[in-house]
Ligand binder design. Structure first.
Ligand code: DAT
Ligand code: MG
Length: 149
């Protein structure tokens, strides 16, 4: 079953939006299989955002993601990566549609509330940065027959 990493970014934690962001993803039907409050150190931020290391915004991105507590979550389900990306909305809140997390809750590119993995391969890599295998739970939900066909 596909998994994806979600980070509720420091801006959203400061703004009291943890529950709002997690709830929006939860109610898609994806299963929450790991969750923790954490502070990302600079080395881990570099590893996580390695694809952006040569971008002009990289230092600002690392400064931001390490600036305060974040919530780290793993969601599981069919097409989990795409479902979360759709629920998040476009990277720049100027472009993210109303109804999406960024479209409704953000106005700045560098304060865009949420991270979600961009492919199943990225998700596996990113999840292994933040979670050990024993932190990812396997469990049944009685309602799954009403969510998964
Ligand atoms: P996403 O978070 O939608 O996967 P991304 O991986 O391209 O977007 O970039 C990671 C984060 O970096 C993004 O959430 C906000 C920031 N960012 C991206 N492009 C930027 C830019 N041109 N200027 C400033 N920050 C940017
Ligand atoms: Mg990305």
């Amino acid at each position: 079953m596909e998994r994806t990493l979600v980070i509720v970014k420091p801006d959203a934690v400061q703004r009291g939006l943890i529950g709002e962001v997690i709830a929006r993803i939860e109610r898609t039907g994806l299963k929450l299989v790991a969750l923790k409050l954490s502070k990302i150190d600079r080395e881990t931020a570099h590893t996580h955002y390695q694809e952006h290391v040569n971008k002009p915004f990289f230092q600002g991105l690392v400064n931001f993601i390490t600036s305060g507590p974040v919530v780290l979550a793993v969601f599981e389900g069919p097409n989990a990566v795409s479902i979360v990306r759709k629920t998040m909305g476009a990277t720049n809140p100027v472009d993210s549609v109303p109804g999406s997390i960024r479209g409704d809750l953000a106005i700045s590119l560098g304060r865009n509330v949420i991270h979600g993995s961009d492919s199943p391969e990225s998700a596996e890599r990113e999840i292994s940065i933040f979670f050990s295998p024993d932190e990812i739970l396997s469990y049944e939900r009685a309602i799954d027959n009403w969510i998964l066909e």
